[in-house]
Write a protein that binds this ligand. Structure first.
Ligand SMILES: Cc1cc2nc3c(=O)[nH]c(=O)nc-3n(C[C@H](O)[C@H](O)[C@H](O)COP(=O)(O)O)c2cc1C
Ligand SMILES: O=C(O)C(=O)c1ccccc1
Length: 388
């Protein structure tokens, strides 16, 4: 059994035996503790923290633990992660979830992540509030496949300008996030007074936008506070409705996905608004304390729209087995968030590359051990639900 990604297992073993341990842990669930040792409390709390008491953060992991994988033996497998998503071939059904303000954990931030994504062949979803402009991240990503995540600005001209820039910079899909019209109640940030956005971190794309700049009395370089205020006003706000998606649908020709769906009816609303896919997600437990686990929301969404839309899942994916469990429950692909950011914090581009390769190798090895050939073979028959 030596598929595309599982060769990394052999390399790690040979390297470690020769005295070269991996750049960061191979167990995706250990990365957080390792990152806690290198990050200052403010940035660490910002990344690792959840909303409120952390209930949903824990629920995301607990949901994966409630499903056990059921393997079948002696099936002559050649496991293959390759799949197609939204009409395009993909090396694996695993993407990098959009994470903003990455320079708070490493000076190269999104640039290092973009290089690691290109080098490993996974699709990166670049966040609206990236620390570098979308063009800078695109240049670092080169020939890689990249999607753009949008917090939809309420100024249509600014929105059009950003969509145009994203298209010209080679972003192939648009992911509009609907679960963060404002930040959730995040005790770690509140206790520590940690708010990178107030310092303009994450505003690189807006601040380099000619239409946005034209709205300011003074450029951001001269009056940062006023620029940050306008940026926040424009890109967030709870007064949004499903109607606003029509504008994006009319002005973005490529695939459009809606991120932050936890209810089958919202998945249907996304479909009716012309979306091509949804991301089932509770934003990694950062928005609503007590919201249901993303994995527990997945089956109903997959049942409602799975035949018509691409269904992705994020929130709590840490290991290869987690990837396979989500696929068995009806996801077409998953996105991984914090783990790659911890890799970035621990070891820059090579840390990110290690985290990606580890998840993919683990998923490929485990797929074969389950007795499945491809990710399309996975289904409920591979799952045993504890207590259900
Ligand atoms: C530090 C941090 C910043 C994030 N920023 C964004 C963002 O700008 N846009 C967005 O759609 N999601 C953002 N997310 C949410 C992720 O895309 C994703 O939903 C979540 O991290 C997945 O859960 P996981 O971290 O458990 O894998 C952020 C998450 C973290 C941890
Ligand atoms: O922190 C987040 O989860 C997030 O989505 C975000 C939103 C705006 C700016 C930076 C991060």
């Amino acid at each position: 059994m030596s598929g595309t990604f599982s060769t990394y297992q052999g390399k790690l073993l040979r390297d470690a035996a020769a005295g070269h341990p991996p750049p960061c842990p191979c167990d995706g669930t250990e990365l957080e503790d390792a990152a806690a040792k290198v990050l200052a409390p403010g940035p660490f709390g910002y990344v690792a923290g959840g909303a409120g008491s952390g209930d949903t953060l824990r629920a995301n992991r607990a949901a994966f633990a409630r499903y056990r994988l059921v393997p079948r033996m002696l099936r002559k497998t050649q496991p293959e992660l390759r799949t197609s998503l939204l009409g395009k071939e993909m090396a694996a059904p695993v993407l990098l979830a959009p994470i903003g303000v990455q320079s708070i954990v490493h000076p190269e931030g999104e640039l290092a992540v973009a290089r690691a994504a290109a080098e490993t062949g996974v699709t990166m979803i670049v966040a609206s509030p990236a620390s570098y402009s979308l063009e800078e991240v695109a240049a670092a990503n080169g020939d890689g496949d990249r999607w753009y995540q949008l917090y939809q600005p309420d100024d249509p001209e600014v929105c059009l300008s950003i969509l145009d820039r994203a298209k010209r910079a080679g972003f192939t899909a648009l992911v509009v996030t609907v679960d963060t019209p404002r930040f959730g109640w995040r005790p770690s940030d509140l206790d520590q007074g940690f708010a990178p956005t107030l310092r303009g971190i994450g505003a690189a794309t807006a601040f380099s936008d000619p239409v946005f700049r034209a709205r300011l009395a003074q450029p951001p370089e001269q009056d940062l506070d006023a620029a940050v205020r306008l940026w926040q006003q424009m890109f967030t706000g709870t007064g949004r409705s499903w109607d606003e998606l029509a504008f994006l649908r009319a002005n973005w020709a490529g695939p459009l996905l809606v991120k932050g769906i936890l209810h089958a009816d919202d998945a249907r609303a996304a479909r009716d608004a012309g979306a091509d896919g949804v991301v089932v997600s509770n934003h990694g437990g950062r928005q609503i304390d007590g919201a249901l686990a993303a994995l527990d929301a997945l089956p109903a969404v997959a049942k409602a729209v799975g035949d018509e839309l691409a269904v992705l899942l994020d929130s709590g994916v840490r290991t290869g087995s987690d990837v396979l469990k989500a696929l068995a429950l009806g996801a077409d692909a998953v996105a991984v968030g914090r783990p790659y950011l911890y890799g970035l914090a621990l070891n820059g581009q090579s840390g990110v590359g290690h985290v990606i390769r580890s998840v993919l190798a683990d998923a490929e090895v485990t797929l074969g051990l389950l007795g499945a050939e491809t990710v399309l073979d996975l289904g409920e028959r591979h799952l045993h639900k504890i207590g259900g």
